[in-house]
Ligand binder design. Structure first.
Ligand SMILES: [Zn+2]
Length: 151
């Protein structure tokens, strides 16, 4: 009999090593506003990241960091988290961001093939933000404006 022994992995609440300092502090800010972060495979099979509004939980799969897209995935899902404030329904933050035409075209395909939040506008914001130099600063401002600190 051969049994499969899964490799030891850190508990899902431990920040991944591939997360830059700026994103670590954003992660703490999100937690301070009542979001739960799980550095583990999301409930949705084969997704790199997922935000679940009902439980205010943001998931980023460890494999995203192995592939080098961990930071972008985290930023993308963090946008959805902030979009869900104040009442759990996702609404656009209202950024005016330029989006690469190629990416803009790809979003159409992504919406039909993968789970996202079903709105082109919401996805455009998430994809556009993840490519901005000032992504973290913008997210932090939106987080403070829309979401309430917990506790
Ligand atoms: Zn999305």
């Amino acid at each position: 009999m051969v049994s499969f022994v899964p490799p030891a992995s850190p508990p899902p609440s431990v920040l991944p090593a591939g997360l830059p300092p700026e994103l670590r502090s954003l992660a703490r800010d999100l937690e301070r506003h009542g979001f739960r972060l799980r550095w583990a495979p999301p409930p949705l099979a084969r997704a790199y990241g997922q935000y679940v509004p009902a439980s205010r939980t943001l998931w980023v799969a460890p494999i995203a960091f192995d592939l080098g897209i961990g930071p972008q995935t985290f930023l993308h899902e963090a946008v959805h988290a902030v979009q869900s404030c104040p009442d759990g329904r996702l609404t656009p933050i209202g950024w005016r961001l330029s989006l690469d035409p190629v990416v803009r075209q790809e979003i159409g395909g992504i919406l039909t093939t993968r789970y996202h939040h079903g709105s082109r506008l919401l996805e455009q914001e998430a994809f556009a933000l993840q490519g901005q130099d000032d992504a973290v600063a913008r997210l932090r401002i939106a987080l403070k404006a829309r979401c309430r600190p917990s506790g």
